[in-house]
Design a protein around this ligand. Structure first.
Ligand SMILES: O=C(O)CCC(=O)C(=O)O
Length: 246
């Protein structure tokens, strides 16, 4: 049985993302959060120590409790309904946004994600999944994306090299400021309770934001490629959906 309706698929094609709530069980949230707390350099019982704490990306994506949030939920199957046959070796990355301790909220620079760390960069995967392990209120460090930018980017790459954008020095980020290249419309900030997920196109321009709340923004981000990625990664077909299921 399909998990996504025709309307879901049409929305995804048009806007480049889908938001779903309640994608994780209580046990899955608890298991993943407990895993993250092994790495967080702060006192779990003392929220004051969470301000500007670290690390941002604990290295535990291959932990069973973290992997389960993608592979033992409907999220991976939903991605396949959109993008076709996907490689199932993707581990989620952890991205924690700690409370800043300030009321001044800011959206970071809009970017694309890349797949290598060399000087030359290219867009690195087919479809992304961001899932929250904590409740995220507006201005609480939410994942932010620019609806429709996947289509602008696809159009751009028809006449520009996929290797032509700048790789940001920290790696993994292609062209740190996409707003320099495109006119971007109003962004959407992902808010919702733990278990809220956003599935997004690999060409989606997106960003992080600062966290004015008193909670740690806990998210897992999976970047998943089609099984035949080696053959398709430099393809820029006239119809951007040619190799997709939608
Ligand atoms: O969710 C966030 O805080 C930012 C995520 C991001 O920029 C990324 O996954 O590349």
């Amino acid at each position: 049985m399909s998990l996504l309706t025709t309307e879901d698929k049409t929305f995804f094609k048009e806007n480049g993302y889908l938001i779903r709530h309640n994608m994780l069980s209580e046990g899955q949230i608890q298991g993943a959060v407990d895993t993250l707390w092994h790495y967080i350099e702060a006192d779990r019982d003392d929220p004051q120590t969470w301000v500007d704490a670290g690390p941002r990306s604990p290295d535990c994506g291959d932990h069973p409790a973290i992997r389960a949030t993608l592979h033992e939920t409907d999220l991976f199957a939903m991605c396949r309904e959109l993008a076709g046959d996907l490689s199932d070796d993707a581990d989620p990355s952890t991205i924690l946004v700690y409370p800043s301790g300030s009321d001044e909220w800011a959206i970071k620079l809009p970017h694309l994600d890349g797949y290598n760390k060399s000087e030359q960069a290219t867009v690195g995967f087919t479809i992304g999944v961001t899932v929250y392990l904590s409740d995220v209120a507006p201005r609480g460090g939410g994942f932010t994306l620019w609806p429709g930018s996947h289509k602008t980017v696809a159009e751009f790459f028809k006449s520009h090299s996929l290797l032509g954008l700048n790789m940001h020095h920290s790696g993994g980020i292609v062209e740190r400021d996409m707003g320099r290249i495109f006119n971007l419309n109003e962004p959407v900030e992902l808010v919702g309770q733990a278990g809220t997920a956003c599935i997004w196109h690999g060409y989606m321009v997106h960003s992080g934001t600062s966290n004015c709340s008193d909670q740690i923004r806990m998210a897992l981000v999976s970047r998943i490629s089609t099984k035949n990625w080696d053959l398709l990664q430099f393809e820029t077909p006239d119809d951007m959906w040619e190799y997709w299921e939608v």
